[in-house]
Every structure is written in structure tokens, then in C-alpha cells.
Design a binder for this molecule. Structure first.
Ligand SMILES: NC(=O)c1ccc[n+]([C@@H]2O[C@H](COP(=O)([O-])OP(=O)(O)OC[C@H]3O[C@@H](n4cnc5c(N)ncnc54)[C@H](OP(=O)(O)O)[C@@H]3O)[C@@H](O)[C@H]2O)c1
Length: 249
């Protein structure tokens, strides 16, 4: 079944991890996708995997000019957007007392301002009746060690979903939040954990999850597909947690 036949989807951070899995699944379901990220090389690798129904835009979601250029390109290429997945995000874990200004600013600039302007600037291209998926985290409602700033940014994302579901209802645009629990993606390697401790870290986290393991990017892609497609046509403003039960039980 092709749940996204002829749809145009923009997926920020689509060059790796959850965003790449979403891009792949959307293309399998009939969509044409535009993926974004800051590293051209990662985007090229992703395009080689996704195939000809994908194009890439190299840019930073926290930079207004880059976002404007992204939509200029999408406008020229497709003329519209049916689905927007604001997925790009970063995490810089640190104990509360040790958080630096750089760590604070980077997480708020990318995770909050990035999601805000990625979505606001998409509005003129977004088709009435379209779907917006904002990727948050279960950290937005559950305290996790070293995550205080990241959690606050993801709480803002969850809040945006609620407000924008209200703000955009007159256009039939649905806005939902997708909150992953721990998922095995390259982000884990960016958390400052020494290479030799990564396996033990992942094992320890997996043991805390009721389903006994980390999530797979494809499992998040399945949840994003539900929110993006007409399968969720009466769903807006929700927080869909795909977390192996970590935030639920
Ligand atoms: N994996 C998890 O356990 C987990 C759990 C909860 C929530 N999440 C959320 O899920 C989302 C995806 O994470 P992931 O696990 O798939 O991590 P990932 O593999 O590191 O992917 C993040 C993507 O975002 C892009 N990105 C980062 N900053 C950007 C910026 N300023 N502008 C444009 N693109 C940017 C990265 O590409 P470049 O570096 O090339 O820019 C990368 O493609 C994030 O929002 C994350 O917070 C992940």
C-alpha cells in the first residue's frame, strides 16, 4: 500500500538516524522527499541509499538564510509541501552545574529556534490539509541524567505541536509531536561517551526499557508515517511516544 503517493515531504536532519529512516520509508510509500543537514557528505551518502525520489539541501536549520534558501529550492522543485518533519536536533549532555553557554545556546538554537523557523517559513508552501510532525523526545516529560537543557528544548517542541495544531486548524493542517525513547542512531556517538564504553552504555540503557532494548530507526519511521499519512486524519496536537514503554510504565 502506498500511503504517501505523490506527496512531497521535507525532512530536516534526513541524512542520518531517525530522519534517514523516515525518508526511506516515505519514499517506499510513494513520496518524493527533500532531506536536509549541515554535512554535504552525509547527505550524498543518504541520497545514494534513498535513491532518485530524494533530493538534498545542505544547510543549518538555526540559520534564517539557510531556511529561506531551503524553501526557495523546494518551491522551484516541487511547488508545494504536503508533509514536514522537523526532526533535526542535537544533544549535549552535561550535569546541571557544568552546562556551558555554548551547550545551552547550541541546543536552544537548533532544537527550538530551528524547529520554529523551519515550520514557520514552510507555511506558504504547505498545502492546506497537510501534516507537520515535530520530533521531540520522552525527555520532555521524564527527567534523565545530564539532560536538563535538552529536555527543556524538547518540552518547547512538544508545546509548539499543541499551539500550532490550534493555530493551523483553519487550514486543516495537522500538527503532531513524535517522542522517541532511546533509539540506536549516530546521536549516541555524539554524546561524549568514550568509544570503549558505548556498548556498555547502550546495554545499560536497554535494560531500563520495558521492552528490553533500544529502539530501531525504522520503528520511529513507522510512527512518523502514521502521523504523516491519512491513517491519522483525525489526529492532531498529540504526543506519540515510541519508547519501548520507558516513559509509560
Ligand atoms: N536517537 C535517540 O535516542 C533519540 C531519542 C529522542 C529523541 N531523538 C531526536 O530525534 C531526532 C533525530 O535524532 P537521531 O537520533 O536520528 O540523531 P542523528 O543521527 O544525529 O541525526 C540528527 C540529524 O540532524 C541533523 N542536524 C543536526 N543539527 C542540524 C542543524 N543545525 N541543521 C540541520 N540539520 C541538523 C544532523 O545532520 P548534520 O550533523 O549533518 O547537520 C543529522 O542528520 C533529534 O531531534 C533527536 O533529538 C533521538
Amino acid at each position: 500500500m502506498s500511503r504517501l503517493n505523490d506527496k512531497v515531504a521535507v525532512i530536516t536532519g534526513g541524512g542520518s538516524g531517525i530522519g534517514l529512516a523516515i525518508a526511506l520509508r516515505f519514499v517506499q510509500e510513494g513520496a518524493r522527499v527533500v532531506i536536509t543537514g549541515r554535512r554535504q557528505e552525509a547527505l550524498d551518502d543518504a541520497l545514494a541509499v534513498i535513491g532518485t525520489q530524494a533530493t538534498a539541501f545542505c544547510g543549518d536549520v538555526s540559520r534564517k538564510d539557510d531556511v529561506a534558501r531551503l524553501y526557495e529550492q523546494v518551491g522551484k522543485l516541487h511547488g508545494r509541501i504536503d508533509v514536514l518533519v522537523a526532526n533535526a536536533g542535537v544533544i549535549h549532555p552535561a550535569p546541571f552545574e557544568a552546562v556551558t553557554d555554548e551547550q545551552y545556546d547550541s541546543q536552544f538554537e537548533i532544537n527550538v529556534r530551528g524547529v520554529f523557523q523551519t515550520t514557520q517559513k514552510a507555511l506558504s508552501l504547505l498545502r492546506d490539509g497537510g501534516s507537520i510532525v515535530l520530533v521531540s523526545s520522552i525527555a520532555h516529560f521524564k527527567a534523565l541524567e545530564g539532560h536538563c537543557v535538552y529536555a527543556a528544548t524538547k518540552a518547547a517542541v512538544r508545546s509548539f505541536a499543541r499551539s500550532w495544531a490550534y493555530d493551523l486548524k483553519h487550514r486543516g493542517i495537522r500538527v503532531n509531536c513524535l517522542s522517541p525513547g532511546p533509539v540506536k542512531t549516530p546521536i549516541i556517538g555524539k554524546m561524549g561517551i568514550a568509544e570503549e564504553h558505548l556498548e556498555a552504555f547502550e546495554k545499560g540503557v536497554g535494560e531500563k526499557i520495558p521492552l528490553g532494548r533500544l529502539g530501531r530507526p525504522e520503528e520511529l519511521a513507522a510512527a512518523a508515517l502514521f502521523l504523516a499519512s491519512d491513517e491519522s486524519s483525525f489526529v492532531t496536537g498529540i504526543d506519540l511516544c515510541a519508547d519501548g514503554g520507558l516513559g509509560q510504565i
